[in-house]
Ligand binder design. Structure first.
Ligand SMILES: C[S@@+](CC[C@H](N)C(=O)[O-])C[C@H]1O[C@@H](n2cnc3c(N)ncnc32)[C@H](O)[C@@H]1O
Length: 442
């Protein structure tokens, strides 16, 4: 019998169950399952990841098909068997694995789950799927989303629903951020080519280089020195929109893992930057990012909504509020959001964003600018949030983004929908504090 502990399908099943049964994020689940393995072929690891991502991406479409082949649905204690069948169906109907291989490899999973009694059932269902030539390559985008998410997207974006749902199911490209102050885009593309890595300039986002295929970035020359970083094009827009000038005092609130922090510091010299995040472990990731890119900032573990606990009293010229959100714009990179996010989460997120935005506004110098951003496509978290904020303040004006070639102009701010210019879904609004001439804080 094959070795269970390194079997790609078994490892994928373990990761899927951590998401479905324990509510863990897929990245976290895969790190737990694959992170400590030694001597496993890189192709097997890739297959495990592809299977786990694929089942999460198509979970809501696969589930009713599988259940149609059962006399009665599985009991809660046997949902691992359902996950095995989803894994089988995904291989057959979407990944197009050769049927014999898919069945032979998948029927051994019940035994490894100590449920050898279910081998016959799994075998029968998979053979039924093959017999009926179940094909799910087209027309399943909508069904692959939970109903509440379909509904919310339709409400907010009735005309763009189909393209949003489709874009959320397409694989996202690996995108690099190039430090253009150290190397030109053309030279960078050439240097990568010499390492066998092909890619092209993004076209709309000046610093972004889109790779033809993902690569192991840690082995690429230029990564360890900070010349290259991995970052979607949409998020690379933040540093420019923040409009920093040398010598400014900048607050990056909700900063971890620090992709934007490093970019802001690479883009402008001599910034006095404070990066805040409430998650101690994630703060370490900012430190790693800054060390790699050779930049410095003051790192603070704290709640952005309670600055009294960490703020030294000096106001900031620029504030980036990259607030926690539903992440509904990045489903193509994190399909587990479909399983983990609930409709009821949105209200809490909106309140949290309001608390953070309100608290940060008091830290802004008159005349200073605050960039509000989310990786969400929900209007409640974006343009309606800014509408609420502006209507309740007489010292706030929305100044952008304007005159840009990306995204959709909204009543307040600008929205990038997923897949537009091959970017993640993202929202930006630039706010300026009106200088009323009142006494300054420093
Ligand atoms: C969208 S991520 C930020 C991504 C980051 N700006 C970047 O570009 O790498 C949101 C971050 O907000 C942090 N966070 C959530 N609530 C917070 C709060 N109340 N105060 C500070 N940080 C918070 C989370 O720990 C998470 O790291």
């Amino acid at each position: 019998m094959a070795n269970k502990s390194t079997n790609p399908r078994w490892l994928a099943l373990k990761a899927i169950l951590l998401v479905v049964q324990r509510g863990r994020s897929l990245d976290d689940a895969l790190a737990t399952v694959l992170g400590t393995l030694k001597g496993v072929d890189e192709r097997d690891l890739s297959l495990s990841r592809a299977l786990a991502y694929g089942v999460c991406r198509w979970y809501f479409a696969l589930k009713p098909v599988v259940n149609g082949y059962l006399r009665k649905p599985f009991k809660k204690k046997d949902l691992d068997l359902e996950a095995i069948l989803l894994l089988g169906l995904y291989q057959l109907a979407i990944m197009k694995v050769e049927p014999h291989a898919a069945v032979n490899e998948t029927v051994q999973l019940p035994q490894w789950q100590n449920k050898g009694w279910a081998k016959g059932l799994v075998n029968a269902v998979l053979r039924g799927l093959i017999r009926d030539e179940v094909n799910m390559s087209t027309g399943f985008d909508e069904k692959s989303y939970p109903e509440w998410l379909q509904h919310k997207i339709k409400l907010d974006w009735p005309e763009q629903t189909e393209s949003i749902l489709g874009a959320g199911n397409r694989l996202a490209p690996m995108v690099l951020r190039v430090d253009l102050r150290q190397i030109s885009m053309a030279k960078c593309i050439k240097d990568l080519e010499q390492q066998g890595i092909l890619g092209h300039a993004h076209g709309v986002v000046e610093t972004a280089l889109v790779l033809d295929k993902p690569c192991n970035i840690t082995a690429v020359a230029g990564f360890q020195s900070g010349l290259l970083s991995v970052q979607d094009g949409a998020t690379q827009l933040a540093a420019g929109l923040l409009d920093c000038q040398p010598g400014m005092r900048v607050l990056d609130a909700c900063a971890a893992p620090g992709g934007k922090t490093a970019h802001i510091l690479q883009a402008t010299d001599e910034l006095d930057l404070v990066a805040v995040d409430q998650d101690h472990n994630r703060l370490k990731l900012i430190d790693e990012n800054l060390t790699r890119t050779g930049r410095q900032a003051k790192l603070v573990c704290g709640d952005a909504a309670s600055p009294a606990d960490w703020h030294d009293g000096k106001l900031f010229d620029r504030i980036l509020a990259d607030v926690p959100c539903s992440a509904s714009g990045v489903i193509r990179r994190h399909p587990d959001i479909k399983l983990l996010r609930r409709a009821s989460d949105i209200e809490g997120l909106v309140s949290q964003q309001r608390r953070i935005l309100t608290a940060l506004w008091d830290l802004l110098e008159p005349g200073g600018k605050l960039l509000y951003s989310t990786c969400s496509i929900f209007k409640d978290e974006n343009e309606r949030q800014i509408d609420w904020f502006v209507q309740n303040r007489d010292n706030c004006t929305v100044i952008g983004p304007n005159s840009v070639q990306w995204g959709e102009q909204r009543p307040w701010g600008r929205q990038i929908l997923p897949g537009s210019e091959n970017m993640d879904g993202f929202y930006y609004a630039c706010l300026q504090k009106v200088d009323t001439g009142a006494s300054r804080g420093r």
